[in-house]
Design a protein around this ligand. Structure first.
Ligand code: FAD
Length: 301
């Protein structure tokens, strides 16, 4: 079997900045052909890895495994499957992680996930309550896995303070993570602050900044309502004005220009690469990558 590489090893070997990509499994299997066409287009970015999210609610969980395996065996990408432990039993997690290994996939993003919406959820009844519980579990049962964890430059929305979130994020990393990928954010200073706080706590794993290519004002608002990231007021006003003037197309233009500037600052400040939240859309990611590349080429010549 074609055994995958660890993401941390690929990061360590990579001498130049890179992109990695995040996809979500389309709910409907009828959408898979167009989904894989999108992935095919995005292979032009030569991504260091491609990750596939896991629906904590359950509907697309088996799709995560199947799509991750296809990315590896049919599209020759280095994939990572996400996995959440909220409400899961050890047996269920074992079954997912074993299936992953059997498919030759060597990387997992270990997450807590969120409580199901609209129900009175009892966290105390959960076998696994924190992302760090899943990291410990996966590390002890599957020592050969590459394990990623989430970091929050704008602070996790449930955390009572930045300091407690940094402490718990560091604890999660120390439990056996190999690298960290951040939640999307818009102010590069938040990323550098998270990196500094982790280094102060003795966490030296690579931390990949997550960037959202903005697709439309509605999708931006939806994403912001879910993830707890901060949007600088002036940028919000730019998006709002663009939306009023030229709709989604104009919003994307503002988003591309902002993302390119953000990426430049992140790479100049030492970020090893950029994790793009693709939202399963190719065009904007390709435009951002092209602009970043032409800037880098301009710098080198
Ligand atoms: P944790 O690390 O457990 O942190 C959650 C909260 O608990 C934080 O406030 C933290 O400070 C606090 N905390 C942590 N440990 C302790 C402790 N020991 N005691 C007390 N408090 C503690 N969700 C999905 O459903 N599917 C996905 O595929 C998915 N992919 C994601 C990918 C990335 C890169 C990111 C950034 C997020 C992703 N999410 C996904 C969302 C994620 O599941 C939520 O943000 C979730 O609320 C937190 O997960 P976590 O693993 O970061 O949790």
């Amino acid at each position: 079997m074609n055994i995958g590489q660890h993401i941390q090893q690929r990061i360590a070997e990579k001498k130049e900045p890179f992109f990695s990509l995040e996809f979500f499994p389309p709910k409907d299997i009828a959408q898979w052909p167009s989904f894989f066409q999108t992935v095919e287009r995005l292979k032009a970015l030569d991504p260091l890895f491609a990750s596939v999210t896991y629906g904590a609610g359950g509907s697309t969980q088996s799709h995560t495994l199947e799509i991750t395996a296809k990315l590896k065996h049919e599209m020759q990408l280095e994939p990572m499957a996400h996995l959440t432990c909220v409400g899961a039993s050890a047996e269920k997690l074992t079954s997912f992680l074993s299936a992953l290994q059997e498919s030759g996939i060597n990387n997992v993003m270990a997450l807590r996930g969120d409580a199901p919406k609209g129900v009175d959820f009892d966290w105390n009844a959960c076998e696994f309550q924190h992302g760090s519980d899943l990291v410990r579990f996966a590390r002890s049962r599957y020592p050969q896995l590459g394990i990623g964890v989430a970091g929050y430059p704008s602070c996790h929305p449930d955390a009572p303070s930045f300091a407690s979130d940094w402490d718990y994020t560091a604890e999660k990393a120390a439990a056996g993570a190999d690298f960290m990928v951040t939640q999307l954010f818009f102010d590069p200073r938040e990323y550098f602050s998270l990196v500094d706080r982790m280094r102060e706590r003795g966490i030296n794993i690579p931390i990949l900044p997550g960037i959202l290519p903005v697709q439309s004002f509605e999708s931006l608002r939806r994403t912001m309502s879910m993830c707890g990231a901060n949007l600088p007021g002036s940028l919000y006003l730019d998006f709002e004005a663009a939306h009023a003037k030229g709709g989604a197309q104009a919003v994307r233009e503002v988003g591309v220009a902002y993302a390119v500037q953000q990426i430049r600052q992140l790479l100049d400040g030492g970020a090893p690469g950029i994790h793009l939240y693709t939202l399963n859309m190719a065009e904007t990611c390709l435009r951002i990558a092209e602009a970043v590349k032409s800037e880098q080429t301009g710098k080198a010549s």
